[in-house]
Design a protein around this ligand. Structure first.
Ligand code: HEC
Ligand code: HEC
Length: 294
């Protein structure tokens, strides 16, 4: 009978030592609460160094820890799941979607299902969903001007000029952002390079990036027109960034691949460059004529 008790004491001692020697940044309680989920979203690189490949945070794209209504808000996210994901070719839930952003937008690794961190992130996103329902339509309405795709190919060189004038002051002319070593976090996140989202991320699609840029950037003063947002998205996404392995396995039904997917293979005869930069109207017409449900 003495053995189990001794073991329990030893285990308790080990936990006590573990708690005292933990570095300050990791003092977050490993408790699967909404609050912890919110902290994970805001301080992802700091709290999940083994899972986030970049040193960005989820909040770099899902502004104000997903609370800000509008483009890439996480308020309605929970209501979109479970759903069949054309990219995965399978049913996905909130947890799967979190891992997709970890592996792509954060260029990192999937969190184990059932880990306190995954439970906390999903609990927070579901809590946002309940708040969204309670908010009512009037509060959810935002003054964003929707992005309309210009009827031409995007021009990365024109985008570079706008970038130098309107974006470089925060994100740097080299797109590397501004990292605060003390806080172990980015003040201004990188837009390309080793610490940015990888080439399998949604933000690497020119139309997704243009929608975000038009609605949200420059931060606090989003006043760009469709042409500027389109060219900026093309400029940013023509720069080097980490590569995601096995991209050809995405969208097992290739006819469901978005027109602006920046990687093949495709179910249409259009060249890769046109999928990356447009013009998109001919590709959309091609699928419309074939009645592809998209
Ligand atoms: C580089 C930008 C970026 C980062 C960083 C990022 N995401 Fe995302 N996230 C996106 C984009 C783009 C989408 C796709 C939105 C769409 O399909 O309309 C998305 C979608 C989602 C969705 C589904 C939203 C919905 O309404 O269906 C969830 C949940 C999500 N992200 C969670 C996270 C979490 C958690 C993290 C951090 C681990 C994270 N994201 C980091 C860009 C990002
Ligand atoms: C005043 C500073 C500022 C300016 C100017 C600015 N941004 Fe940002 N940008 C930010 C911050 C800060 C974030 C992260 C959001 C947060 O932490 O709240 C961000 C996030 C982003 C993201 C998503 C995260 C990532 O790193 O991929 C993109 C894309 C982006 N900005 C593009 C642009 C573009 C394009 C311009 C020029 C039109 C621009 N930004 C101008 C501060 C700025």
């Amino acid at each position: 009978m003495t053995r189990p008790i001794l073991l329990v004491c030893a285990a308790a001692g080990a936990v006590a030592v573990f708690l005292t020697i933990r570095p300050p940044a990791q003092q977050a309680p490993a408790i699967a609460t909404e609050e912890y989920g919110k902290r994970l979203l805001a301080q992802t690189a700091e709290l999940l160094p083994d899972y986030s490949g970049t040193r960005m945070s989820c909040g770099s794209c899902h502004l104000d820890t997903g609370l800000s209504p509008g483009t890439l808000s996480l308020l309605p996210a929970a209501s979109h799941y479970p759903r069949i994901s054309p990219r995965a070719g399978a049913s996905t839930n909130v947890e799967d979607r979190v891992n997709e952003c970890l592996e792509r937008s954060m260029n990192g690794r999937a969190l184990p299902m059932g880990s306190p961190e995954m439970i906390a992130l999903a609990a927070y996103i579901r809590a946002l969903g309940r708040r969204n329902e309670a908010m009512g339509a009037s509060l959810r309405r935002v003054g964003e001007q929707p992005f309309r795709t210009p009827d031409r190919a995007a021009d990365p060189e024109a985008g570079r000029k706008v970038f130098d004038q309107r974006c470089a002051s925060c994100h740097g002319t080299d797109g590397a952002g501004l990292h605060a070593a003390k806080r172990r976090a980015y003040v201004f996140p990188p837009l390309w390079g080793a610490d940015s989202f990888n080439d399998g991320a949604g933000m690497h699609r020119v139309l997704t990036a243009a929608r975000f840029i038009k609605a949200r950037m420059p931060l606090g003063k989003p006043d760009l027109d469709d042409d500027q947002a389109f060219d900026l998205a093309a400029y940013i996404n023509s720069q080097p960034r980490p590569h995601k392995a096995d991209l050809e396995r995405d969208y097992p039904d290739r006819a469901l691949k978005p027109v602006d997917s920046p990687y093949g293979p495709f179910a249409d005869p259009f060249p890769l460059a046109q999928h990356r930069y447009g013009p998109f109207a001919p590709i959309e017409a091609y699928y419309r004529e074939r009645n592809t449900p998209r």
